[in-house]
Design a protein around this ligand. Sequence first.
Ligand SMILES: [Zn+2]
Length: 416
Amino acid sequence: MTRKIRLAVLSASAAQSRGVLRLQDDNSTCIISGYGGKNSPDYICGYCGSILAKKHDLKLLANAATICNVCQEYNDLCRPAKFQEPPVTIRTIAKNQAQKKAFRDSPLKQGPIHNKDLALLRESLQESWMKYQGERPEILYHYTSYAGLHGILKSHSIWATDCEYLNDPSEGHVAISLIESYIDSIKGVSSHCQCLLKSIRDRLEHYKPDAAPFSYFIACFCTSGDLLSQWRAYGASASGYALGFSAEDFGGYGRMDVRRIIYDGETQGALIKGAIDGACDALDMTIKHTLPDQQDPQDIITQFSNFLSDHLHQFMLTFKHRSFAEENEWRIVIPFSRDTDTDLLRFRSANGLPVPYIESDLGKRNGPKGIMLPLVEIVHGPTLHSELTKKSLHLMLQAYGYDHVDVSGSESPLRT
Ligand SMILES: [Zn+2]
């Protein structure tokens, strides 16, 4: 029986830098022929499993890259794949572009609702949720420094920072003040609705980041991999890196939410109004339909308050001031409890201040030998020496098992 060795999938940029061997069309022999011994194994494509080469002289093929005749992915002709599943590459993403997946990853979907009016409200809020959060971009980019890049590849994880320590001090407060002022502007509602609104207003106090008994850890991503303002954020030298991840592969496992930031004030206001007005209408309906001896109105109000505050809470994690709009941010949000999750905490220093963070593998498990990030591309900053940087990035990627990741340079014009 012939041994089959699955080869490491290479990115196009890595393959081009080595020189690509073309295999013959019957995809059984190599253009450079040779003999690898009596028990020479079959080398199979690390992506689709087709046989790439049967017999060859390994010396002749040292450092060679080849393209698979069947799936057109590049392979390293000498290195066996480290991971059992074929990786997601930037080419896979380009091919799949047409088939968009809808993400219904909202807190609203959780648990059965027995109240008919509340169930209808949930359905309509779910619809507006999907409009903003339902369709992810193919690739999301995380900008980082050299230290960040190396740490991410080495640990196969992204660092999610405690939301209190993020760059924007108004984080969380944009939504709270909009919700407060909208509630304060509401006049002439039923007494039950007044109770509901008051309980929401009280709960807001507990949601302010510095008062909350729980916290959120956040890692930020951009929709663009070559954004001048983001390069500048890594100092005047603009020598950072943008790491592109396959966004569809976020959150397969574990407790992690993927959220798009909403910057437009009118949209923010409309979402808050829709949720609060909708809840008030549904509450009035329910009270009207419920016979007084059936259920205590206070219980119904509590049920509505729980539902509405869960929904409004999402706005605190997704609304930001319009001055940040250029960032076009998406983020991962990991809930954190000070009672049960402290063993997850790690710390790094920012100007001598200990900043808490949590390592996240982005929820994608890839093969039994380890967890890999769904990394597909790295763009290096505009001031770095392109050829040398690409070369060393390819070596670094190879060292950590990310041979399939594409490398390119920023095209931003940057005066230094
Ligand atoms: Zn193939």
